[in-house]
Write a new protein. Structure first.
Length: 68
């Protein structure tokens, strides 16, 4: 059976863009991130960042579908 890792990136070249996006969203929701390890932030703050990233990506996808 193939080893599937849900954390693997489908487009590894997108890592830099996702990192930049993460820092932008973090500053928008008022969470301070530093370069490197951020394991000291609360689960609530991490959830704010991740949730808002997903929300924005869905909005972008919906808008691109409407503009076709």
């Amino acid at each position: 059976m193939a080893n599937t890792n849900s954390n693997s990136k489908l487009v590894p070249e997108a890592m830099d863009a996702l990192d930049k996006f993460k820092y932008e969203v973090a500053s928008e929701v008022g969470v301070s991130l530093k370069n490197g390890y951020n394991g000291n932030i609360s689960a609530r703050d991490a959830g704010k960042i991740g949730g808002n990233m997903v929300r924005k990506m869905i909005q972008q996808a919906e808008n691109s579908m409407l503009n076709k």
